[in-house]
Design a protein around this ligand. Sequence first.
Ligand SMILES: *Cc1c(COP(=O)(O)O)cnc(C)c1O
Length: 355
Amino acid sequence: MPYPRLIISLNDIYQNALTLKKMCDEKGIELVGVTKLTLGDPKIATILKEAGISKLGDSRLKNIKKLIENNIPGPFQLLRIPMISELEEAVIYADEILVSEEKTALIIDEIAQKYDKNIQIILMIDVGDLREGIWYEEAPQKIAKLFEKLKFVDIRGIGTNLGCFGGVLPTEKNMNLMIEIKNYLEEKLNKKLIVSAGNTVALKLLEEGKLPEGINQYRVGEALLLGTDATGHREIPYLSQDTVILEAEVVELDYKPSVPVGKIGRDSMGRIPKFEDKGWRNRIILAIGEQDIDPSGLKPFDLGINVLHASSDHTIADITESSLEYNVGDIVKFRLSYGCALRAFTSPFVEKVYK
Ligand SMILES: *Cc1c(COP(=O)(O)O)cnc(C)c1O
């Protein structure tokens, strides 16, 4: 059996999907299942579909294409505001596209007309996180103006993204701002609009019954696939965290000082390493590295393991505090942070095993 590998529990992902689908259904919210963490994995996409999630979202057109080539039915939402250079394909493969630039929207309009493709766009509004979106103060006027210029494409609604650049949390305040903009536009354009305002971190508002009426689409990846919320910094108590487990193999067992010997430059990633002198320690080296994981996102099952560092291919952990015995050839298990899972899924060196 090749290592390192990810053990992916399709059943745990299925259960998470059922739970979230039910929560969203109860509030009339459309749940979009986001697959980007998994490199557009068709087996995982199938499980999400089986749990009743009809629309899948991904940030990469290549992933959407891969899903289609594996006979996963749409509709598909393209999450990353598209490049002009990919718009032709975006119109062909996606059904709903998040957009923040007028120029992009107008080109989508032309291409959609050429292909006679029924494309819907959601206009992204920045309510403070400072990633994508039209700044909220200018959004109502800009969107109303754009609406006049579009000949073919339908504006399905407005959306926002939180917790990604600025780490801004969704609150009743910024959600109500979205509702105000929607109300203004609905009256001005004389059409119904959806509000796509949630990702994993916004589940908290839903749980606490604090989500304003009118927010009706959530695009969720992390909660479904890992059962965690990185921005909200929690394990979501009603979801499973046993969805994805990493196994890596020990290739060296040693007893060495905790401080290097010699003049210190930078490490292999250009970082200045810091060391605390704890004397001589028992350590293991795992055959996995920065190319496959983010060492700071490894959460060992054995709480006596302290991950120290990784270079491109080696991860070093201190096992002095562990009550277990380790040998060369042993397998060590970890749960993963979002960033760490993202690398593991996208590394061709990490095997994917489904159970
Ligand atoms: C990744 C992404 C999501 C999903 O976020 P999670 O935190 O994984 O739920 C939603 N919307 C956009 C635009 C994204 O890029």
